[in-house]
Design a protein around this ligand. Structure first.
Ligand code: GDP
Ligand code: MG
Length: 177
């Protein structure tokens, strides 16, 4: 990797959570490698991917954890959340149920993670606007009530993905620096 010998000032662990099939793995692939695979299978084996970036002249390594499909069985373990300073809580704007479960995910997150964790609510698949089942306003209100960030993204079309991760990373940076 190109960052051999590079001094890392900070390592931030970010976790991806949310229902199965909302696009967590594709959001990570888009952010970390600028890739999207059309027939992605449930992630197997890989625990996290990293991306190194510069924030305010400091080198920050984002270590982004993806579930290996455990979310299907509500079996995401406390080890997954341990040490996380940020979380992307993802739902699918075309699947109402995935948004209805967001409150449960937030509860689970707050039960396991540090209380200062920075959370971004992510409404993914914004490219499928014609199939929308969750009004933007509903999610915005939820996020305001819970005092968390909110953005709609498309991993497929690379819309707002970088922005969503950067917002979380910059906020974390401001807290720790
Ligand atoms: P995960 O189970 O939450 O990790 O979801 P995946 O990343 O595996 O994605 C589930 C399905 O949604 C796959 O078929 C992806 O190709 C598709 N998908 C993911 N992100 C998007 C997106 O932004 N737009 C569209 N149209 N499909 C997406
Ligand atoms: Mg996945």
């Amino acid at each position: 990797q190109s960052n051999f010998n590079q001094n890392i000032d900070y390592v931030f662990k970010i976790v991806l959570i949310g229902d199965s099939a909302v696009g967590k793995s594709q959001l990570l692939a888009r952010f970390a490698r600028n890739e999207f695979s059309v027939d992605s299978k449930a992630t197997i084996g890989v625990e996290f991917q990293t991306k190194t970036l510069v924030i305010d002249h400091k080198t920050v390594k984002a270590q982004i954890w993806d579930t290996a499909g455990q979310e299907r069985y509500r079996a995401v373990t406390s080890a997954y959340y341990r040490g996380a300073v940020g979380a992307m809580l993802v739902y699918d704007i075309t699947k109402r149920q995935s948004f209805d479960h967001v409150a449960k995910w937030l509860e689970e997150l707050q039960g396991h993670a540090d209380k200062n964790i920075v959370v971004m609510l992510v409404g993914n698949k914004s490219d499928l606007g014609t199939l929308r089942a969750v009004p933007t306003e509903d999610a915005k209100e939820f996020a305001q009530r819970e005092n968390i960030f909110f953005m709609e993204t498309s991993a497929l079309e690379a819309v707002n993905v970088e922005e969503a991760f950067l917002t979380v990373l910059t906020e974390i940076y401001q807290i720790v620096s």
